[in-house]
Design a protein. Structure first.
Length: 191
């Protein structure tokens, strides 16, 4: 029992240290900034990278936005979780905003070009990449989003429906089309 209390105490101390380090990084203290960039940022980077289909530029932009928001909000960090977990929560909101922008852009672009051009562009993109993350990145934003929410974030269909403002049946249909699209793309990549 004493070791359990010690474990809880050690975890509380680590969270207090994280909280202090985050505040110090927000104040520009070099060692704390290095800790944030060397220890925490790689975790958040991986979280974002997996959710944006391995798009390096988008990952870097969203990571930078997340770091800036975390530093600006350092005073609101309560220490209930690890800083990396807290920052992944910030990143999740940034990713959702990114997807929303992407969907709006796709709607605008689809009005500007013919459907056949869109299909040819996708086929050309399929030939350029072999990695699963890249194949995911080529899917329409809504398809990518539902696949990430379902398989990376582990959400139930009903939860996804609530997040994206669709019915459960619509989400099931989107998931089926997204899975079919991903299978097709992976087949093209490895064939």
């Amino acid at each position: 029992m004493a070791s359990l209390r010690l474990t809880h105490a050690a975890r509380d101390d680590a969270r207090n240290d994280d909280s202090a380090l985050l505040r110090a990084a927000a104040q520009g203290q070099p060692d704390a900034v290095r800790w944030l960039l060397d220890e925490v940022a790689p975790i958040v980077h991986g979280f974002v990278w997996a959710r944006v289909g391995g798009d390096r530029l988008v990952t870097e932009d969203l990571l930078q936005e997340t770091l800036l928001e975390a530093v600006a909000s350092a005073g609101s960090f309560r220490g209930d979780s690890a800083v990396s977990t807290w920052m992944c929560g910030i990143a999740r909101h940034r990713i959702a905003r990114h997807w929303e922008r992407e969907r709006r852009d796709e709607v605008l672009q689809s009005r500007l070009r013919a459907v056949s051009d869109d299909v040819e562009d996708r086929e050309e993109a399929l030939l350029r990449r072999e990695e699963v993350a890249a194949a995911l990145g080529r899917l329409p934003a809504m398809h990518r989003q539902v696949l990430v929410l379902k398989y990376l974030d582990g959400l139930a269909v009903q939860e996804i429906a609530g997040q994206i403002g669709r019915t459960r049946v619509q989400v099931q249909s989107l998931l089926q089309r997204a899975r079919d699209g991903l299978r097709t793309e992976l087949g093209d990549d490895h064939g």
